[in-house]
Design a protein around this ligand. Structure first.
Ligand SMILES: Nc1ncnc2c1ncn2[C@@H]1O[C@H](COP(=O)(O)OP(=O)(O)O)[C@@H](O)[C@H]1O
Ligand SMILES: [Mg+2]
Length: 391
């Protein structure tokens, strides 16, 4: 294949140390003639996978996660951008460089695990050493395969047919087989989505503990936000072929940069903003339909903090609720008056939906608040946990 350039013809192409994958400006359209007007499945996607880290592509169906992963694997060829792996350029659209999937230092764990039913567990595990990038011979193949099966707790099943394994054991075998190809990075596309909820939670913990034990970098795809938050060092939130935000799980939850991220990760109240003006200490005073709200968190630069549009974002657990008869709010208290629409007792808390003007605000209140639908309540947002999001 002429497009497969094995040696380093593009000159010095060392990635910065500590990064297993560098993706820069990836752009891919499935249309035959990807011109200016083409619809891009991904458009300007850039990110790193640092050594030993678990990085997740998260977003709704159709946002371009699989396309991104397949470009990294070399199964799709992008129209623009560059990919480096382990210090080598494996893809560069401007130079027509495209290293074949089998020559990239990756292993893909398919959704269905891709276990061969006509082979034993041992032969499945040994496959990459017999047919992969770094081939090995004779007794070493068996020895290494057995060592790895022992690491994942399958040594006693080495001579069974692969079809005799349970779903969880098949995942372990797929993982062991992937590692035996000596990859730099594991690529996983929704590997748990076919399983029931209980097994999914168990296997995701196991996946993470294997990934840490073998200190291997992973690029993981899911549309499930709780899976992404539970597993990842870094989450890349995608929307319509573009990256919205790259951050650790906690930062993503506490400091979303856009209303899309705030809404997709956990639940958020998003109040449309009519006008903003600068508040004290770098905060933003946002005028909404239910009054002015002081926002102590704003991802935008200070210069951008006056203007129109955007949203106030506050999580339900950060809304303080008082029964209105506990004392009339003082002027300047920044309290919002509303009426309870629904009230659900959830044991440890009360989940309220409060109607204030045109908006419905969800709030978690003390379980003993005792508010019923129709009751008047006052709501207050702590500026320190309230964000102004410009988009
Ligand atoms: N083989 C293909 N041919 C044409 N369009 C495709 C193909 N694969 C994906 N797409 C389109 O590209 C976009 C991104 O898809 P995909 O990467 O599969 O998203 P995700 O994995 O996030 O659900 C979608 O609009 C999808 O319809
Ligand atoms: Mg997909």
């Amino acid at each position: 294949m002429t497009e497969n350039m094995t040696e380093n013809v593009a000159g010095p192409a060392k990635a910065a140390p500590g990064r297993s994958i560098v993706v820069d400006g990836l752009r891919k359209s499935y249309e035959r003639n990807a011109g200016d007007a083409a619809a891009y499945a991904i458009d300007g996607v850039s990110f790193d996978v640092p050594e030993g880290q678990f990085v997740t592509l998260l977003g709704p169906s159709g946002c371009g996660k699989t396309t991104t992963l397949r470009c990294v694997a070399g199964l799709e060829r992008a129209q623009g951008g560059r990919i480096e792996m382990a210090g080598q350029i494996v893809f560069d659209a401007s130079q027509g460089r495209h290293v074949r999937p089998e020559d990239r230092p990756i292993a893909m764990v398919p959704q269905s695990y891709g276990i061969w039913p006509h082979m034993t567990v041992l032969d499945n595990a040994a496959f990459p050493m017999r047919h992969g990038r770094n081939r090995r011979r004779g007794e070493e193949v068996r020895r290494r395969a057995m060592e790895m099966l022992e690491q994942v707790g399958l040594q006693s099943m080495a001579d069974r047919w692969a079809t005799q394994l349970s779903g969880g054991q098949q995942q372990r075998l797929a993982f062991a087989r992937a590692l035996l190809g000596d990859p730099e990075v594991l690529l996983l596309d929704e590997p748990l989505s076919n399983l029931d909820a209980k097994l999914r939670a168990k296997l995701r913990q196991e996946l993470r503990s294997f990934q840490e034990k073998f200190e291997i970098a992973a690029l993981y795809v899911t549309h499930d936000q709780s899976e992404a938050l539970a597993l990842s060092d870094t989450v890349i939130v995608m929307n319509q072929g573009r990256i919205e935000q790259i951050d650790g799980p906690e930062r993503l939850y506490d400091h979303p940069r856009s209303s899309f991220v705030a809404d997709f990760i956990g639940s958020a109240n998003l109040l449309p903003v009519e006008h903003t003006s600068p508040g004290p200490d770098g905060s933003v005073l946002a005028k909404t339909g239910v009054g002015a709200v002081l926002c102590g968190r704003s991802p935008a630069a200070p210069d951008d903090r006056s203007g129109n549009g955007g949203f106030v974002c506050v999580r339900p657990e950060n809304v303080r609720v008082r029964a209105a008869d506990e004392g009339t709010p003082q002027a300047g208290d920044d309290e919002i008056l509303g009426r309870v629409e629904t009230s659900e007792f959830l044991g440890d808390r009360l989940e309220l939906v409060v109607r204030a003007g045109d908006v419905a605000i969800t709030a978690f209140a003390r379980a003993d608040l005792g508010s019923r639908p129709g009751d008047d309540v006052s709501l207050a947002f702590d500026p320190a946990s309230t964000s102004y999001l410009a988009s």
